[in-house]
Write a protein that binds this ligand. Structure first.
Ligand code: C5P
Length: 222
């Protein structure tokens, strides 16, 4: 077996979906379950890495020997990553981050009224975590992003790898049933900086995670 391929490497892995509160009882979120990020954490730990999982709103069991930090919002996720990134050899951003959050969080539960048959929510942009971390990245640190798309998968992923200064992007088509968000299976295309593409079969998130770890250990860290 190929144990300890990542021995001595410190990996930060984000997983899950951020929640952006609206009032004490409501929030905006997305369909991320955290399964992909947790599978990556487990595979990385099995390969000998020192793994810190930053988990946004998941109820999944934490893999053995993985440290976990729990966050709720995009801004909390950014702070948790910023506090640890300088020590890390790689950041894998599998979390689904809300691009916008409510401009105001009501202190009390928002009530419906007889007059208000419609309601308008004002949203403001959240920080782009990968973009901010990209500015802090040293040459020997790796940044790996995900691209969940419903259309123009590869074109959009290629744009993201450049815009966010990534070493690798893991692109998946979330419009297909049975793969991606919340599913147990996934099918991804690994897209490298040089434009090279590697598409996986439809397979378990555990197997996709293992392939990512192989790419990290045999290619990106060399
Ligand atoms: O541009 P898009 O949000 O689709 O890019 C996806 C990648 O960027 C994912 O790796 C996601 O975790 C990361 N991201 C981020 N901060 C955001 C939005 C997305 O780091 N505000």
């Amino acid at each position: 077996s190929r144990t300890a391929e990542l021995a001595g490497k410190k990996l930060l892995i984000s997983a899950g979906g951020t929640r952006e509160p609206l009032d004490p009882v409501r929030y905006l979120t997305n369909h991320s379950s955290g399964k992909m990020g947790f599978a990556i954490a487990e595979a990385a730990q099995a390969a000998g890495a020192d793994v810190t999982l930053i988990a946004a709103n998941t109820s999944l069991p934490v893999p053995d020997n993985v440290k976990v930090v729990r966050v709720q919002t995009a801004r909390e996720l950014l702070a948790a990553i910023k506090a640890r990134f300088s020590e890390a050899d790689a950041l894998i951003m599998a979390a689904a981050v809300a691009d916008y959050r409510p401009a105001n969080v009501a202190e009390q539960k928002i009530k419906k009224t007889a007059q208000n048959t419609t309601m308008t929510l004002e949203l403001v942009r959240n920080p782009d975590i990968l973009k901010e971390i990209g500015l802090l990245k040293k040459p020997d640190q790796l940044l790996i992003g995900f691209a969940a798309e419903t259309n123009d998968l590869i074109t959009n992923a290629e744009k993201k790898i450049k815009a966010k200064h990534l070493d690798l992007i893991v692109a998946n088509d979330v419009s297909q049933r049975g793969i991606g968000f919340n599913a147990d299976n996934n099918q991804v295309t690994f897209l490298f900086k040089n434009g090279e593409q590697q598409k996986t079969a439809i397979e378990s998130k555990q197997r996709v995670a293992k392939q990512l770890i192989e790419i990290l250990s045999h290619r990106l860290f060399n």
